[in-house]
Design a protein. Structure first.
Ligand code: SF4
Length: 299
């Protein structure tokens, strides 16, 4: 059962996860609201404007009625940043995140989406084998824990792409692959959203990085200036394609492009694309070593 401190912390993490899952589904972050507002101001296409106005009405209705912004409660994905001196083992943190997800689903109640991948039998509580999925980052010389919940809807997750490019084809091939992926996806991932691009590492790491990229606040840039330049170039190129809101034409195909990269093998060039829809939900909690929880709308 662990020490009293461990039990207190485990409960704090479970409560935080339960709150984060519901909160993220109802109240989209301010950076996303601003990006959607700016898109509406910029949009010149008649149908594109209409769709962006409908999205704004959708958000306002959710705000007024304390309702979900979208019916798809997604798969709960968590990003856990754990300080090396945080006094609760990651195994217990993972257990608490899972229990918090289950509790939120049953208590609210939320729609459960999780099924066995072969039999398609539902679990009924948005948990299952290896679900929710937790991404881990371990932080030296720190005693805190950050938990970010990013529910991922299937419409956007189905539009995920991976390609092992030829290294000699360079950045040009990366741009071509991202453009082909997003134009090919059309309206399926509910644009305009955030395009996450993961470059380098291995096949699995590239997709992991693409997923990490969509969890960043809208419009943030990679600290590497070369990568940040690629983010801006891709964003401009994608918004010139005319795919537009919901794929029905317009100036705004994406709100932002976020790129994360890792070093790779000299003869590898993996590139992954992960789309996050306009309802780019996320919510964060900071948990101190003493069990105090601070909710954060902007992280
Ligand atoms: S892709 Fe996003 S906006 Fe579209 S249905 Fe799924 S969660 Fe909702």
């Amino acid at each position: 059962m662990g020490t009293a401190t461990e039990r207190t912390l485990r409960q704090a993490v479970e409560d935080a996860a339960a709150e984060l899952y519901v909160w993220s589904l109802k109240d989209i972050p301010s950076d996303l609201r601003d990006a959607l507002g700016a898109a509406l101001e910029r949009e010149t296409h008649k149908v594109g404007r209409r769709i962006l106005e409908t999205i704004h009405t959708n958000v306002a209705v959710a705000d007024e009625g304390n309702r979900l912004v979208c019916q798809d409660t997604g798969i709960a994905v968590y990003y856990a940043r754990v300080g090396e001196r945080f006094p609760l083992h990651p195994a217990r943190i993972e257990e608490a995140l899972r229990e918090g997800t289950r509790r939120a689903t049953l208590d609210h109640p939320l729609r459960s989406n999780t099924v066995h991948t072969l039999t398609r039998k539902p679990t009924g509580d948005n948990t299952g084998h290896r679900i929710p999925h937790v991404h881990w980052e371990f932080v030296p010389d720190w005693d805190g824990l950050d938990i970010k919940c990013v529910p991922k809807g299937s419409g956007s997750e189905n539009m995920s792409f991976l390609k092992m490019l030829v290294p000699a084809d360079g950045v040009k091939a990366v741009k071509r692959f991202v453009l082909d992926s997003i134009v090919g996806a059309g309206g399926k991932p509910c644009p305009p959203g955030i395009v996450g691009v993961g470059i380098g590492g291995s096949a699995d790491l590239a997709m992991h990085l693409a997923k990490e990229a969509i969890a960043r606040p809208v419009g943030t840039h990679n600290p590497d200036p070369d990568v940040a330049r690629l983010e801006r170039e891709l964003c401009d190129l994608l918004n010139e394609t005319g795919v537009g809101p919901m794929g029905l034409g317009g100036d705004t195909t994406v709100l932002s492009v976020h790129v994360e990269q890792a070093h790779t093998h000299i003869t590898l060039n993996p590139v992954a694309v992960n789309y996050q829809c306009w309802a780019a939900r996320r919510a964060t909690a900071h948990v101190s070593a003493g069990g105090e929880v601070a909710m954060d709308r902007d992280a």
